[in-house]
Design a protein. Structure first.
Lengths: 411, 297, 354
């Protein structure tokens, strides 16, 4: 009885307090954003989500989209799946037209729901690579390089660095021992066959705070020509330290997107230690982009100091990228509908019209259509050099035909 | 396939990292030895200490020794406060209550630390060189060597403390039988507080060493999970056991990663210490050096 | 006046052995049942989804309480058995196309078997050592699922499962799933109520209170301890299967150590060794993050700056969660159940004071 009473009180209070949410005429477009600020990936979420909110604030300060303000409702789910499901239901209740999912298990858990409810969800830089196939997963949009594209990009980069051919060469894959870490393996196997290199995998079990043995094995026994790493949390910085310690040159190491931030370099002991380390990014790095300058100007005009999260440009910029792609999809939807009374179905179609939108280089030249929800699998490699991240390549996408074949069959 | 040089390097790595694990386990053992309380929040203590040091060094720009001193004092105060507020009311309660209390505490620390110190990763730069000592095939990073030496120093200090000093003997008496100790005139509550304070000191230095090794952020708390295989293997209430247990876990991990991983396809490193731990639990639950508890009806 | 326990004469054995012999108890249960049946028609889908989560959590909490509260064996590996149940059911459903009323018990039984194996150390060790052994069990089971593609269904270690079909109709919406989950939750509650009144339940309680004395009076503690682990893991397996059907996917990353700790928190806050306590605990722990978030969203702007709110809410939630656990342990060791009983005993003699 008591439990029911409190539930009724809760329901009443919630309804009262949230009565501002529902209205007939759309003056506000609601986006549901999931974040992890207190769970195992909080070192990402704490910087990524403010970047998202700042871009939305920028758009709103310029009048919103078609006259309607964008409201990004953020719910932290601590990287737990039941909380993510509850937050999704809450977002649905608030009338969200798209969901920014956060986390691979969450993406997997919500896929069926999103398809049933016809709401588009984005999973940039994580999630299942197979979701890039828009036919099979019509409502999931990776909108950024999946782990398969990152794997292809890493191999392409290694190939370029090793003189254009990988035949007979050895590549080591140092990865975090969870499903996300293991996902690129089919791509590596296929590429090893195609390009003729030998690949050996080295697993780092969670939490990945110690990998001396693996680093030793790599440097002293396997002696590869290139090392590709795919680590999360604290392990990228440990990998930098360990590889350096066993004497393996960091300029022959390229890391996937989640081992590639300023925080990782900082934790490894600073830029001097990580000199030469390459990292794949799916958003531009550094503060030298027009949109970031606009955000800084917005803060200044409001008389507020710049948020400290902006300094962590790798994650912050990713937040901006996600927000920008979301807003672009909404813009497309509003344009197609001729008004701001859009539904989630319209936004899904809006995603599939995104083309040639690059925010001054921060966003790759994504081209999302109803078959390719990933936008092309663009990656860019940066190098830790002289105290900051320096662009090592332009935006490129690697092995598109192979990936397309794998997506069509593997999915 | 059996490469002597490789194995030797693996063993040295194992010894060094094992002693680093011991540093954390020492905090756990101290508390258990003196107060019979199980501290599931040991990893979070190390994390908190790391945050204090990093906060002092980076945010307040204090010199190194001041940061360390503040961390040590802070952790001691924290230990005292914890014992007074949380653990004293729980004396005599079933063991699950204390376990859950420390788990609750761990959650609070994980929420509070990033809130007060900020969630960015910070690094602690020790006033020793960063270049590894290299001789022959061995490369020993100074941080790990410092941590290992610290562990051994604590081993010596605490062994002396518990064997020879008055306070140490009193603490052992309290651990053995609280009521008799009280009857002999020992202030049990004071010694509980001292034990937690000592654990605070060990946690502070452990936080310093591990923070310098890994970088300080909330993930540092994950190291706490490694404590359990170490203390089970070595014995929950034995200082020497913490050291030996750490050595075993470190060496086994490295050998497993070096030799078993290629056979199984990876990941045995985490697995192996837990399998050993279960075997130890079945054969000799109190560990190699632990005191055998006689069940009295 | 309301809660009168005397003056009811029972004339049959059945009446004496009934679950709810007192009329007021019967009325209360009837009203609750009626409310639970009417509620989904009046509540918004979001609230139904929250209740669904609570229902699934209740089954898990009941299972853990049988093991920890009634038998006194500490287990930190509850979530691992959930994932065993989830993957068993998912594999059966996908590979052999079995319907849910086959995969659900199958998942539970598989989890029970694994649970019995993990419970074997409980014969030699107890207390902290047993807790650590179950912790090792949790990590080893996670590792096994991660590394054996035959179980986990591939590199992504997740298996998509179609929603349960009842008489040909697929249960998809929150409303439909509510009935599905409610059925199993009620089954679990009634089952546990009867279990603890039975011979087996009394053996469990005897083992908890003093296992050596229990052995002396002839209870085979070997058998009953394993039985406790098996039953508790059966509940956990069923919880895992229910999660799988609710979400449509089985993934071991949903069932980590943190989840195990959450369930322990549920039964400690709710009250060890009581069924109502498990229900209270499940409700409390599931709703706490939501309530804190709602509170902060609506009134937090009075206290804190807007930009900080997003960062403050989640961290505050963790602090509240841990703080409440400690608070309950220190102030009210028997949890919400004790609070409820205090209220009930107050009404037992109302309007007199004693």
């Amino acid at each position: 009885m008591r439990s029911f009473k409190s539930l009724a009180v809760l329901a009443g209070a919630a309804a009262l307090a949230l009565s501002t949410a529902a209205f007939a005429q759309k003056k506000e477009i609601v986006i549901g954003l999931q974040c992890d600020r207190t769970g195992p990936t909080q070192t990402v979420g704490v910087f990524l989500c403010p970047g998202y909110h700042d871009y939305i604030a920028l758009v709103n300060s310029k009048g919103g989209v078609g006259g309607a303000m964008i409201k990004a409702l953020e719910i932290d789910h601590e990287y737990k799946v039941p909380s993510a499901v509850e937050s999704y239901e809450r977002h649905k209740k608030e009338g969200a037209v798209l969901i920014g999912i956060y986390g691979t298990p969450q993406t997997l858990a919500l896929t069926q729901r999103l398809t049933e409810d016809k709401i588009a969800g984005t999973s940039p830089g994580f999630g299942a690579a197979a979701a890039a196939n828009g036919d099979r997963y019509p409502y999931i949009f990776p909108i950024a390089a999946t782990y398969w594209s990152q794997a292809a990009g890493a191999v392409q980069f290694a190939k370029d660095k090793l003189g254009g051919s990988l035949k007979g060469k050895k590549i080591a894959y140092l990865f975090y021992d969870n499903p996300a870490g293991k996902e690129p393996m089919p791509v590596f196997e296929a590429l090893a066959k195609e390009e003729g290199f030998q690949m050996r995998t080295f697993a780092v079990p969670p939490p990945g705070v110690e990998m001396g043995a693996q680093a030793l094995d790599i440097a002293q026994r396997f002696k590869p020509d290139f090392v590709i790493t795919h680590l999360f949390g604290r392990s990228p910085s440990v990998s930098i330290k360990e590889l350096k310690r066993v004497g393996y040159p960091l300029s022959k190491v390229v890391s996937f997107v989640w081992g590639a931030s300023e925080a990782d370099v900082e934790a490894a002991g600073g830029w001097a230690v990580a000199e030469g380390y390459y990292a794949i990014q799916f958003a531009g790095v550094g503060s030298d982009y027009p949109v970031l300058k606009e955000i800084a100007a917005m803060y200044k005009s409001q008389g507020k100091p710049l948020p400290k999260e902006m300094a962590s440009t790798v994650f912050y910029n990713r937040g901006v990228l996600i927000a920008a792609v979301h807003v672009e999809a909404i813009r497309n939807a509003v344009k197609a509908k001729g008004g701001t009374n859009i539904t989630s179905q319209d936004v899904k179609l809006g995603f599939e019209k995104i083309k040639g939108f690059s925010l001054g280089g921060l966003v790759p030249p994504l081209e999302i259509n109803n078959v390719d929800h990933e936008g092309g699998g663009w990656v860019q490699v940066f190098q830790a050099k002289g105290g900051k991240w320096v662009k090592a390549t332009e935006w490129f996408k690697a092995y598109p035909t192979l990936l397309k074949k794998m997506l069509a069959s593997g999915a | 396939m059996f490469d002597w040089e490789f194995t030797l390097v693996l063993l040295t790595n194992g010894v060094l990292i094992g002693l680093m694990y011991s540093l954390i386990a020492l905090g756990f053992v101290l508390v258990y030895k003196a107060t019979d309380a199980i501290n599931f929040a040991q990893g979070e203590f190390v994390m908190l200490a790391g945050f204090i040091v990093a906060g002092m060094l980076v945010l307040a720009g204090a010199p190194f020794w001041l940061g360390v001193a503040v961390a040590v004092l802070g952790m001691v105060a924290f230990g005292f406060g914890l014992e007074r507020v949380v653990l004293r009311p729980l004396i005599g309660r079933p063991i699950i209550a204390v376990i859950m209390a420390t788990i609750g505490l761990a959650t609070v620390l994980r929420g509070a630390a990033p809130l007060f110190f900020g969630a960015e990763t910070r690094s602690i730069t020790l006033p020793i060189s960063d270049e590894p000592f290299a001789f022959g095939p061995f490369t020993l990073p100074p941080v790990q060597v410092a941590g290992a030496l610290l562990s051994l120093a604590f081993l010596a200090a605490f062994t002396w403390f518990f064997l020879k000093s008055r306070m140490g003997v009193a603490m052992r008496a309290v651990a053995d039988n609280q009521q008799v100790a009280m009857a002999m005139g020992i202030n049990v509550e004071r010694y509980f507080a001292i034990a937690w304070g000592m654990a605070g000191i060990v946690s502070a230095l452990g936080g310093l060493a591990w923070g310098a090794l890994l970088g300080v952020d909330v993930h540092l708390a994950l190291i706490g999970l490694k404590v359990f295989p170490v203390v089970i293997l070595g014995g929950l209430d034995s200082i020497v056991g913490a050291i030996v247990g750490g050595l075993i876990v470190g060496v086994v991990e490295n050998l497993a990663a070096g030799y078993l991983d290629p056979l199984v396809g990876g990941g045995t490193k985490d697995f192996a210490p837990y399998v050993l731990m279960i075997l130890m639990l079945m054969i000799r639950p109190y560990g190699i050096f632990g005191k055998r508890r006689i069940e009295r009806i | 006046m309301f809660h009168r326990e005397s003056g009811y004469y029972k004339t049959t054995y059945a009446a004496d052995m009934a679950l709810y012999p007192l009329p007021i108890a019967r009325w209360t249960v009837a009203v609750i049942a009626l409310l639970m049946c009417l509620a989904p028609f009046f509540l918004h889908e979001y609230y139904i989804s929250v209740i669904n989560l609570v229902l699934v959590a209740t089954v898990g909490a009941l299972g853990l309480n049988i093991l920890v509260g009634y038998t006194g064996q500490i287990s930190i590996g509850h979530a691992a058995f959930m994932s065993v149940g989830a993957y068993t059911a998912a594999n059966l459903a996908v590979r052999m196309d079995l319907p849910f009323w086959v995969t659900l018990p199958a998942g539970g039984l598989m989890a029970a078997a694994v649970g019995a194996v993990v419970g074997i150390p409980s014969l030699r060790i107890r207390g902290l050592y047993l807790a650590i052994a179950t912790l090792a069990g949790q990590l080893i089971i996670e590792w096994t699922i991660n590394h054996v593609p035959w179980i986990s269904g591939g590199v992504q270690a997740s298996i998509e499962v179609a929603r349960p079909t009842l008489f040909g109709a697929q249960l998809k919406t929150q409303f439909q799933l509510y009935w599905f989950l409610l059925f199993f939750a009620v089954l679990a509650i009634v089952g546990t109520l009867n279990l603890v009144r039975s011979r087996v339940g009394r053996a469990f309680i005897a083992i908890r209170d003093h296992d050596i004395a229990a052995e002396i009076i002839g209870i085979n503690i070997f058998r009953y301890k394993l039985f406790a682990f098996a039953i508790s893991s059966f509940y956990a397996g069923v919880t895992g299967v229910l999660y799988t059907y609710y979400l449509g996917i089985a993934n071991y990353e949903q069932f980590t150590l943190i989840t195990s700790v959450d369930y322990l928190a549920m039964i400690i806050i709710g009250g060890l060794g009581s069924i109502l306590g498990s229900i209270f605990g499940a409700i409390f722990v599931t709703l706490l993050p939501i309530v804190i978030r709602l509170g902060m969203e609506n009134w937090g702007s009075f206290l804190f700056g807007n930009a900080d709110i997003n960062n403050l809410i989640p961290n505050l939630r963790l602090i509240c969660f841990g703080g409440l656990i400690i608070l309950f342990l220190v102030l009210e060791p028997e949890g919400l159940n004790r609070l409820w009983r205090n209220i009930r005993s107050y009404f037992r003699v109302w309007p007199f004071s004693y």
